[in-house]
Design a protein around this ligand. Structure first.
Ligand code: CU
Ligand code: CU
Length: 331
């Protein structure tokens, strides 16, 4: 156990802020934020980040936040809406912190996979083809027939499978590979958010998807890099801009492997929690929420004060290894 911890720290040193802090360049966070203020102190939370930038042309978490894939829409003879998607499993190296690459297995070349979105009662058809090097599946959460469960119909490299089922119940779900060893297939990056909107729409809001994840970069069965939407400290370098008093709706999904729990804490605020998004009345009002792997919740909040507010895992260790960012609230 001790060795494990040591190796994690060692890797961390190569990946994120700690090295940079010790490098003499110091004050890494300063360029991203408040450059006109006084120099930041070493213990200021704004210095905890990475140097440099990942190649955002490959995957930009600031865009991913707002990317909802509604599929190709048509109408069936009985008037039911049909949504169709093509999902391809493909091996791809992704950049999870500046200069830190991870040999991922992806849906459509990105981690997380595309956020699939539909309305309760739609007919969904997902054509899955496996262009990767290992057998994979897509297991959706929600009601569906046993043979559409993506567990026993393993799709070999070069193979295909069509999943077809009704979108129910409404809520925030997820999809992920269910080949064994599951731990490996999920952690490699085969997961995404799956939103089923209720027929009676939720109120207008700024909506965003946060998929909490992590990466085992040295294959020791433990995560070295943590984040939301894959890139360590991305929203530290690129704060999420929101407006004062606007309704913000967060679709929060936990896909983190190896660690038993993950969490989200938002500073200077409280949020309504709709557990699994399956009801239209909130279940809780809090500022910190804990999620097991596979758990997901819809959160709603409004910022009452302008300025910079941190959000992060309340496990400090995860936060310091990448799972931390800022909301920038515009007056
Ligand atoms: Cu798989
Ligand atoms: Cu699952």
């Amino acid at each position: 156990m001790k060795n494990k911890k040591l190796s994690r720290r060692k890797i961390l040193g190569g990946a994120v802020g700690v090295t940079a802090l010790a490098s003499g360049r110091g004050l890494l966070g300063a360029p991203a934020l408040s450059t006109d203020g006084p120099a930041l102190e070493a213990h200021d939370a704004r210095v905890m980040s990475t140097t440099g930038e990942v190649d955002l042309s490959q995957f930009d978490p600031s865009k991913f936040l707002y990317e909802f894939d509604y599929g190709q829409v048509s109408e069936l003879p009985d008037g039911q809406t049909l949504r169709e998607w093509d999902i391809v499993a493909v091996d791809k190296e992704i950049e999870i912190a500046p200069g830190v690459y991870f040999p991922a297995w992806t849906y459509n070349g990105q981690v997380p996979g595309p956020t699939l979105r539909c309305t309760e009662g739609d007919r969904l058809r997902v054509r899955f083809s496996n262009a990767g090097s290992h057998p994979h599946t897509i297991h959706f959460h929600g009601f569906h027939p046993a043979k559409m469960d993506g567990v026993f119909e393993v799709v070999k490299p070069g193979g295909e499978f069509v999943y077809e089922f009704e979108a129910e119940p409404f809520g925030l779900h997820l999809y992920h590979c269910h080949s064994v060893p599951l731990k490996r297939h999920i952690h490699k990056g085969l997961y995404g958010a799956f939103i089923v909107d209720p027929q009676e729409k939720r109120p207008e809001a700024r909506e965003m998807v946060l998929v909490m994840n992590g990466f085992d970069t040295n294959f020791d069965g433990d995560n070295e890099v943590y984040g939301v939407n894959s890139v360590a400290f991305h929203y530290h370098r690129h704060p999420i801009t929101v407006k004062l008093q606007e309704l913000v709706r967060i679709y929060l999904v936990n896909t983190l492997e190896f660690d038993l729990l993950n969490s989200l804490h938002i500073h200077g605020n409280f949020f309504e929690v709709y557990r699994t998004g399956t009801r239209l009345t909130p279940d809780d009002f809090t500022d910190t929420i804990m999620l097991c792997q596979g758990e997901r919740h819809i959160l709603e909040l409004k910022f009452r004060h302008p300025g910079t507010f941190m959000f992060h895992a309340h496990q400090s260790e995860f936060a310091e290894l990448g799972w931390m960012g800022f909301f920038e609230v515009e007056p």
